[in-house]
Design a protein around this ligand. Structure first.
Ligand code: UTP
Length: 277
């Protein structure tokens, strides 16, 4: 089994729920206090051992590229004015040896289509997928936890959390014969995107995955479904016929920063430490 070194970050979505803030600014660049949302997930991936980050981006997301690049003019000005403490903040050591690659998704056809754009960069390795909207706080991180399960099971792993029945319609929801066991891992039987009624369980998929490269076989030629979008969930559903896919109930505190409610909760949570000092 090869070590997972590549992570795909789909960031080409329109961020409609955050208009007008996202009219000119990518949703992923919205600040969580003083750091953009995207930096939390990139840090999580890098700390879990990822050395190549592949952003699936669009023409409105150039600020993300700039954020992970050097800004020589700003660095020179900070040095000149003796504000050395900010240098590490804008040029983080942990990202020094990380390769950042950007691929454009030409039209926003959905998450499944976004991931398919990375096919030529992944070849036949398993890879991580992180949706930066889901800010997940824990040590070890959610990605590190999924990687540990991958190291034991050598198959695709999907991050799961428990949601109230009333919220199941917002997520991909899995079914498994293992539900009810004390175990944190579940062999997935079925997966349904945003079930309108009779959700198969209250185990919902979060924005963290380890995927076998065979996922591309299922993503290719996949028709759009829920919301008129090409859904990753549909590709995983097809994959289940041929391969084991495990759901892992990770440990951690998750904020859905793609929604106003979750974004406000994340800021409130992190602001507590600042206000206490
Ligand atoms: P969302 O469903 O949250 O969509 O996408 P969105 O466009 O970002 O936000 P809203 O719903 O309009 O407010 C889930 C993830 O998939 C990416 C998004 O960037 C986000 O990380 N995505 C979605 C793409 O990269 N391309 C797409 O075509 C759709």
């Amino acid at each position: 089994m090869t070590k997972i070194t590549k992570a795909v970050f789909p960031v080409a979505g329109l961020g409609t729920r955050f208009l007008p803030a996202t009219k000119a600014i990518p949703k992923e660049m919205l600040p969580i206090i003083d750091r953009p949302l995207i930096e939390y997930a990139v840090e999580e991936a890098v700390m879990a051992g990822i050395t190549e980050i592949i952003f699936i981006t669009s023409h409105t997301k150039r600020a993300i590229e700039d954020h992970f690049d050097q800004n020589f003019e700003l660095e020179a000005k900070l040095i000149k004015s003796g504000k050395h403490e900010y240098l590490e903040k804008i040029n983080r050591k942990i990202f020094e040896n990380v390769k950042f690659t950007y691929v454009r998704q030409k039209s926003q056809k959905g998450l499944g289509d976004a991931i398919l754009q990375a096919k030529h960069l992944i070849q036949d390795e398993a890879f991580a997928v992180l949706l930066a909207d889901d800010l997940i706080l824990n040590d070890p991180s959610c990605t590190a936890q999924l990687m540990s399960v991958y190291a034991q099971k050598n198959c695709s792993i999907v991050g799961l959390n428990i949601v109230p029945d009333k919220d199941a319609h917002k997520y991909g929801v899995i079914s498994s014969d293992d539900v009810g066991h004390a175990e944190q891992t579940f062999a997935i039987n079925d997966i349904v995107e945003k079930p309108t009624e009779n959700a198969p369980s209250n185990l919902a998929v979060v924005g963290r995955y380890i995927l076998s490269a065979t996922i591309f076989n299922y993503l290719e030629n996949l028709a759009p479904s829920v919301g008129g979008e090409v859904q990753l969930t549909d590709a995983i559903k097809l994959m289940l016929k041929d391969e084991l896919v495990i759901g892992h109930l990770y440990k951690g505190l998750k904020f859905d920063c793609g929604s106003r409610h979750g974004y406000a909760q994340a800021i409130t949570h992190l602001a507590k430490d600042i206000l206490a000092n």
